[in-house]
Design a protein around this ligand. Structure first.
Ligand SMILES: Nc1ncnc2c1ncn2[C@@H]1O[C@H](COP(=O)(O)OP(=O)(O)OP(=O)(O)O)[C@@H](O)[C@H]1O
Length: 312
């Protein structure tokens, strides 16, 4: 395996007719870690991945994978392994024959086929025809094909789709170990909770635009420290002494406050210093999924519209 350079997308833009589905996307994916590519349905994840893989031409901007535009790699399969949603596998072929054919066309030895069959847990079913495969087995086969060339970079579109809990755990462990070997791993998903357990870094898009480029650690920290609910008979006085740089105090009723930018301990201390009684002091932690939905809310393509006259 050669040293990977990661993935660079620069002002990547794709227009279909008068719709811009990928809008001025600039981001880097570093080797040695798993990067989660997140966004609600229709955000433009698959389109971006197709652009990175040279399967579609950008309207504007450019990208490199492993230091060059994907089509410039003399042996792309050994540089980049990809799993895309639309798979074209001959249904009458066995899994092993599908991989052997792929290996043959790319000058990869048959011994590597057995290796990837083992790595992806397909040993038992490798002799079966692909047309009888479950969605999960099909995903494993797609991942086996992506790994065939022992690539420095992996681009996987929703690899968790169709996998049972064992399969989800397996892919999580596999992606982490591939990254630990120094590979670049870009994996798309619309599940924040899954990516929080799998990825180190997050690139989040909505309606084709970059919404966040951050570490999972920072995202989790920000989601966790969202607010503290305070109830005090002297809420107004407490609000007066709590305010300060970076601290936001919202009145929620005659006795209630919602405080952001600080934590329960320091609110409790400030209240004690000023002899202000507290009836309640509760950290309000937004779930990761909620933080993700808050971030992408505006960008969701199809939002449920409440039915007129429906009971609240
Ligand atoms: N070939 C095409 N022609 C016209 N519109 C397209 C084409 N391919 C994708 N789109 C549109 O581009 C938008 C982004 O689609 P894309 O599949 O990239 O999103 P996604 O984030 O991968 O979504 P999902 O999670 O649902 O797979 C969608 O509105 C889709 O309808």
């Amino acid at each position: 395996m050669t040293r990977p350079h990661g993935i660079e997308a620069v002002e990547l833009t794709k227009r279909y007719g008068d719709r811009t589905v990928v809008h001025d996307l600039t981001f880097s994916v570093r080797p040695g870690s798993v990067t989660g590519f997140l966004g609600p349905n229709g955000a433009g994840k698959s389109t971006t991945m197709r652009l990175l893989l040279g399967l579609d031409a950008p309207t504007r901007g450019h990208s490199t994978v492993g230091g060059r535009p994907y089509p410039d790699h003399p042996a792309p399969l050994t540089e980049v392994g990809a799993l895309l949603e639309a798979r074209s596998i001959h249904p009458g072929r066995t899994a092993r024959n599908h991989l052997l054919a792929l290996a043959h066309t790319h000058g990869i030895p048959p011994s590597r086929v057995e290796e990837v069959i083992g790595m992806t847990g397909l040993t038992e079913v490798a002799g079966r025809r692909v047309k009888g495969f479950s969605l999960g087995m099909g995903q494993r086969l797609g991942i086996a094909a992506a790994l065939l060339g022992d690539p420095a970079t992996l681009i996987l579109d929703e690899p968790v789709n169709g996998l049972d809990p064992d399969g989800v755990l397996w892919i999580r462990t596999l992606l982490k170990s591939l990254a630990a070997e120094g590979r670049t791993v870009l994996v798309s998903s619309h599940l924040m909770s899954e990516m929080a357990l799998t990825a180190d870094h997050l690139v989040i898009i909505g309606r084709g635009r970059l919404l966040a480029d951050t570490t999972v650690e920072a995202f989790v920290r920000d989601a966790g420290a969202s607010a503290v609910k305070v109830v005090s008979p002297e809420a107004a006085s407490l609000a007066g002494v709590l305010g300060g740089p970076g601290v936001e105090v919202e009145r929620t009723g005659p006795d209630g406050l919602l405080v952001r930018g600080t934590d329960s301990r320091s609110i409790g201390r400030t209240a004690a210093t000023h002899c202000i009684p507290l009836f309640e002091l509760t950290p309000v932690t937004a779930s990761l999924e909620q933080a993700f939905m808050d971030l992408t809310h505006e960008a969701v393509e199809y939002q449920a519209v409440p039915l007129e006259g429906a009971a609240a």
